[in-house]
Write a protein that binds this ligand. Sequence first.
Ligand SMILES: Cc1cc2nc3c(=O)[nH]c(=O)nc-3n(C[C@H](O)[C@H](O)[C@H](O)COP(=O)(O)OP(=O)(O)OC[C@H]3O[C@@H](n4cnc5c(N)ncnc54)[C@H](O)[C@@H]3O)c2cc1C
Length: 428
Amino acid sequence: MSAVPLPASLYTDTACPAPLTPSLNADRTASVAIVGAGFAGLSTALHLAEMGVDVCVLEASEPGWGASGRNGGQVNPGLKFNPDELLARFGDDLGRRMIEMAWGAPDFTFDLIRRLGIDCDARQNGTLRAATNALTFKAVSATADQCAAHGMPTRLLDADETKVATGTGRYPAALYDPRGGDLHPLNYARGLTAAAEKAGAAVHGNSRVLSARKQSGKWFLRTEKATLTTDKLLVVTNAYADGLWPDLRKSLVPVYSSIVATEPLPEDLAARILPHRPVLYESGHITVYYRLDKQNRLLMGGRGPQRALGNQTGSLDYLKRYAEVLWPALKGIRWTHAWNGQLAITPDHLPHLHEPSEDALIYLGCNGRGVALATTMGKQLAERLAGGQSTRIDLPVTGIKPMRFHAFWSVGVHSAMLWGRMKDRLGI
Ligand SMILES: Cc1cc2nc3c(=O)[nH]c(=O)nc-3n(C[C@H](O)[C@H](O)[C@H](O)COP(=O)(O)OP(=O)(O)OC[C@H]3O[C@@H](n4cnc5c(N)ncnc54)[C@H](O)[C@@H]3O)c2cc1C
């Protein structure tokens, strides 16, 4: 059974060649097995290999096939919750570490890319979190106050400053964080793969793990053609979790997000949209996110159909219309690409770290912020798998909680989208 190829996107059309990742054709052993080659799995593999640990990654398709090779390419700081909420909920020690880890994640990611010399159009030009109405203005202002109180290098832009920064008068304010930025996600995934392999990790594509069984203190991971035997196991399958681990898939909502992209914009038009090239995401019930890439293409992302897109790209016309509302001069520009993928939303909107046994870890649920978060967590997961303490990981360790009525997630997401769009329109 051969793997489903990576769906066509702007990224597949512009990516560097994929490193060789032959499928697992013969039984082998390693100290650590990683299931899933997205940013989480690849970053963990890289850091383990750099520590001299014998690590083997098994990926159902090719590295970057999941959300990691299809996302908006925004490298954003933070979690869904404001710093003070994290402190109140997780206490001074863990709360403070979560803040440092999550808001420091873009710096970690850009430093890693520089250190490894990965060619992925990485630019650290900042993130704008834009308010869209009076309610989100309050929320963005509150976040700005808290970030400032925690000594972060952020700044709240007023309506005029936001208009200059974005080229549209749509937003009453935006929180600017200079630590954010963007990159070409598929090139980043491929660069991480090559770096992990160079450091000594084995990465096998086209090797879906069909079962994970523990016997006599060892993990036996069976693929179609061979078995990998290891001492420790990390499962990082995120929204693409299948039935491999009991209840894992039911502990998250695998929401589809869609992106449309234009041809490279003429220089004079590109100079009027996000002139200093930060990335932007809107604060609202239905998040729209966008950026101009290094070749001046506009990438607009948001919610679309809750199924693989295929050729049904007409359902994303709303994103194109919305872009033309923001910048009417876009009319007549050609939209060349449309694609989608699944990200993992957790019920508490936090990333989840599970440790079902001393020798097994599961990490998932970056809730749409995985470019920086999954990269950063990779180092911490590697340290834990190499014998470090789980209490040193900057996330709480929790049990896997399957959601009730999980089978109806797409109906729930659809209703939430309609309700969210209505609320955004009414500004409530
Ligand atoms: C359209 C879209 C836009 C997004 N935009 C942004 C953004 O701009 N910024 C941001 O920070 N985040 C964004 N995200 C989220 C971000 O991409 C994810 O949080 C991140 O890539 C998750 O990485 P991961 O390694 O955890 O999972 P993934 O990249 O999803 O990787 C999981 C891998 O596991 C493999 N797998 C599953 N089951 C098995 C098995 N049994 N055996 C072997 N392999 C298996 C899959 O094939 C897959 O490759 C976006 C996501 C999407 C879909």
